[in-house]
Write a protein that binds this ligand. Structure first.
Ligand code: IMP
Length: 202
């Protein structure tokens, strides 16, 4: 892609195409013409075990920085996210991707059988560089776990997550709405604002 002057160049390091698509759409919607996003799915990140998404994302970002020539981009970005279910004491949290692969949505719904407290929050931590500094922005959206999967849009846990104030799951509501209110949208918009104001001030 040819670089358009005036746009900030971001390298987004993720192997998850759904996340990448959402982040591109969120940036394009919220900051039209401000960013150029390059996605790399093949730079291996260090993924530590921790309850703290911000720590996981920061350490992953620092491990990526050791492998690349960051001078090509205005910012290098890594995102870590998960679903925290209150009745399960925050499970699956940082292990969301692994747990979904192992037990699926059915497994999660089984763990929630007979549970009246269905509250859960999606959280995201976006770690990014500004010059030689690494920073993190976080976002959260809370809601409830549905009784059954519903809808075919979105990805991961979206068919069982009903955001607060809505009667349908993210998989039913679709990307337009999700990208306005999601954990990822909140976190990436904070990071983008910070990048725009820090880089403009220079
Ligand atoms: P990681 O950040 O690569 O560790 O993966 C996060 C995992 O959390 C994803 O693979 C999904 O299983 C889950 N997750 C995070 N955000 C979302 C979302 O917006 N929708 C559905 N599932 C999500």
């Amino acid at each position: 892609m040819a670089h358009r002057p005036g746009r900030l160049r971001i390298l987004l390091v993720t192997g998850n195409r759904n996340k990448a698509r959402e982040i591109e759409e969120i940036l394009a919607e919220s900051f039209p013409g401000a960013f150029e996003v390059e996605i790399s799915g093949d730079i291996e990140k260090l993924e530590i075990q921790s309850e703290d998404l911000a720590e996981i994302a920061l350490i992953a970002l620092r491990s990526v920085l050791k492998k690349i020539d960051r001078g090509k981009w205005d910012s290098v970005v890594v995102e870590d996210s998960g679903l925290f279910i209150e009745a399960l004491k925050g499970f699956p949290g940082p292990y969301s991707s692994y747990v979904l692969r192992k037990i699926g949505l059915e497994g999660i719904l089984k763990l929630m059988e007979g549970e009246s407290n269905r509250r859960a929050c999606y959280r995201a931590a976006v770690a990014y560089t500004i010059d030689n500094e690494t920073r993190v922005a976080e976002g959260e959206v809370c809601g409830v776990i549905a009784e059954k999967p519903r809808g075919s849009r979105g990805f991961g846990y979206d068919p069982i997550f009903i955001p607060e104030g809505y009667g349908e799951t993210f998989a039913q509501l679709g990307e337009g709405l999700k990208n306005r209110i999601s954990h990822r949208a909140i976190a990436i918009r904070k990071a983008a604002q910070d990048l725009l104001s820090s880089i403009k001030r220079q």
